[in-house]
Design a protein around this ligand. Structure first.
Ligand code: XMP
Length: 526
């Protein structure tokens, strides 16, 4: 049977959540930059939450049965959206953040004014500590907010519970109905005591107990996988990346050798990486098949230099190799996908333009016989996936591996790819990582790697003219990989890296450091 996507998907993820959802908080996303950040902050308080777009039907909200709702937007990007006013009748505590507060004020007869000041900036707020929302806070503190809209008249039955020097109302409450609004963003770390404000809302106002932990998730998830899978067979594409490795560990704990993992080594891994992945799972109860398909991929990419074409070919070829191998295993009942929560959040702001077609190992094959898809990480953020990996006892090298794109080194060689170029890049990249670790910078720089450019230039080695490649070093610091700044690597470390690479990697006579942030650049070069 060939499978299409409309199968009974996501069964395991959803069932686990249903079990743990007695303390569920709904985040209503009006668009803007902070939808994922607020969700992570809520989860850091050990409360399970989900982000849904502001267009979600009221009936669905009621069915989700949240113990609290957070409405969040940032005013400059979405002006004032319309939401279903039935939300105010559901009888659950609501926290409106930024434009969420403005919607709340407007819904109850308050007035909103706009100002010419559209700066997103620091504002010192004075708090009314008698409000449960600000309980335990100092009487004033630094906050961050947009100032382009503000509450001009506080609605009847609401009190103003915070102000600043120039804005008389930056927080409101109707404590009898447990409605609270803040113009500033408690979820960003620059806002002092932001997490205390969120904890006050979640624990004291919504009555959450904070039982969302990775230990409890692992236990519930393992129980559910066992129930769902029974004695049937499961297939997983293992890439060695954090997500597929944690998924493999979770399934291994749940169903042992009923799990088969196919690890397609496309030949674009870093030095020794294929062996490391294999070693990390040597003692786990799974069937692991490693396919060394480097030659097959190189042949398919011969003479190809366009980045998007490379990505497409690698993605397609990956699926074909996976299918070939899966056929040897025979019919399986379930296919695992390592989808994580940021991949599935439907933003209130609509879809972004395609910059690069991402290849995530584990994409859906067309010709593998299976009946259902299991997505055991579908509700988790990346940091939660890592925590889960640690709880399960997975090798820390895999848990804390820096992000590595599905197409691997193939998109870090500009222009066409050859085996020789791959070997040069592998060695240079190994040296770069080695020196960064020796300088104890590996925890501070979030992603760092080498790019072999297609440019060659004249140099001199041992009094001989050379005409060799230029290598670029890239190192970035970032919170979310959506924006990034280049890492300020000290000159003496760069110096050591440069000398070692030129001496040891071969065919490189010039090294440059990429000093662009994202945007306007991207982290990867292709
Ligand atoms: P860019 O280059 O878009 O990269 O700034 C952002 C982050 O995504 C990683 N990346 C990928 N990850 N499959 C992946 O799983 C891909 O095809 C892919 N391309 C880029 C990149 O390494 C960075 O961490």
């Amino acid at each position: 049977m060939t499978c299409n996507i409309d199968l009974k998907k996501f069964k395991v993820g959803k069932a686990v959540i249903a079990k743990m959802k007695n303390q569920f908080v709904l985040i209503l996303d009006l668009g803007g930059r902070n939808n994922q950040l607020i969700a992570r902050r809520v989860r850091e308080c050990n409360v399970y939450c989900e982000v849904h777009p502001y267009t979600i039907p009221l009936e669905k909200i009621k069915k989700l049965n949240p113990v609290g709702i957070i409405i969040i937007g940032d005013t400059s990007s979405n002006k004032l959206r319309e939401i279903d006013n039935g939300i105010w009748e559901i009888d659950v505590p609501i926290l409106g953040i930024s434009s969420g507060m403005h919607l709340m004020a407007r819904a109850f007869g308050g007035s909103i004014s706009s100002s010419n000041d559209d700066e997103y900036c620091e504002v010192v707020a004075s708090f009314d500590n008698s409000s449960t929302l600000f309980d335990g806070l100092p009487s004033c503190g630094r906050t961050w907010m947009s100032r382009d809209y503000y509450v001009d008249t506080t609605p009847d039955n609401f009190d103003t519970i915070a102000n600043s020097d120039d804005i008389p109302t930056i927080s409101i409450q109707d404590s009898s109905r447990k409605f609270y609004g803040v113009q500033f963003h408690p979820e960003i770390s620059n806002t002092e005591n932001g997490s205390k404000i969120l904890r006050n809302f979640l624990y004291s106002i919504c009555g959450c107990v904070g039982d969302w932990t990775m230990e409890s998730y692992a236990k519930a998830s393992i129980d559910n996988i066992r129930k769902t899978v029974g004695n049937k067979r499961v297939l997983l594409a293992l890439s060695g990346g954090v997500d597929s490795s944690v998924a493999a560990a979770l399934l291994s704990k749940a169903i042992g050798d009923q799990l088969s993992c196919i690890f397609v080594d496309h030949g674009f891994m870093r030095k020794n990486e294929g062996d490391e992945v294999e070693d990390a799972f040597a003692d786990w109860d799974i069937n692991l098949v490693r396919v060394n398909a480097g030659e097959r991929f190189l042949n398919r990419l011969s003479g190809i230099s366009d980045p998007e074409t490379k990505r497409k070919i690698i993605g397609e070829e990956f699926i074909r190799v996976f299918e070939d191998e899966a056929r040897k295993i025979g019919t399986v009942d379930f296919l695992v996908q390592g989808t994580i929560y940021p991949d599935v959040i439907e933003s209130g702001a609509g879809d972004a333009a395609l910059i690069k077609s991402h290849h995530n190992v584990g994409g859906l094959p067309d010709h593998v016989e299976f009946k259902e898809i299991i997505e055991p990480l579908r509700q988790l953020f990346k940091d939660e996936v890592r925590q889960l990996g640690l709880v399960l006892g997975l090798d820390e090298r895999l848990v804390f591996r820096q992000p590595f794109p599905g197409p691997g080194l193939a998109i870090r060689i500009i222009g066409d790819i050859t085996f020789e170029k791959l070997e040069i890049l592998r060695e240079a990249d190994f040296i770069f990582r080695d020196e960064i670790a020796k300088a104890s910078l590996d925890k501070q720089i979030h992603q760092y790697f080498c790019v072999l450019t297609s440019m060659r230039s004249v140099g001199v080695t041992k009094a001989q003219r050379t005409y060799d490649y230029t290598l670029a070093l890239r190192g970035v610091v970032t919170n979310d990989f959506m924006t990034a700044d280049y890492a300020r690597i000290p000159y003496d470390v760069l110096d050591k890296i440069s000398k070692r690479i030129v001496n040891e990697a071969g065919s490189i006579n010039r090294i440059v450091y990429d000093i662009t942030s994202k945007p306007p650049s991207t982290i990867e070069w292709e």
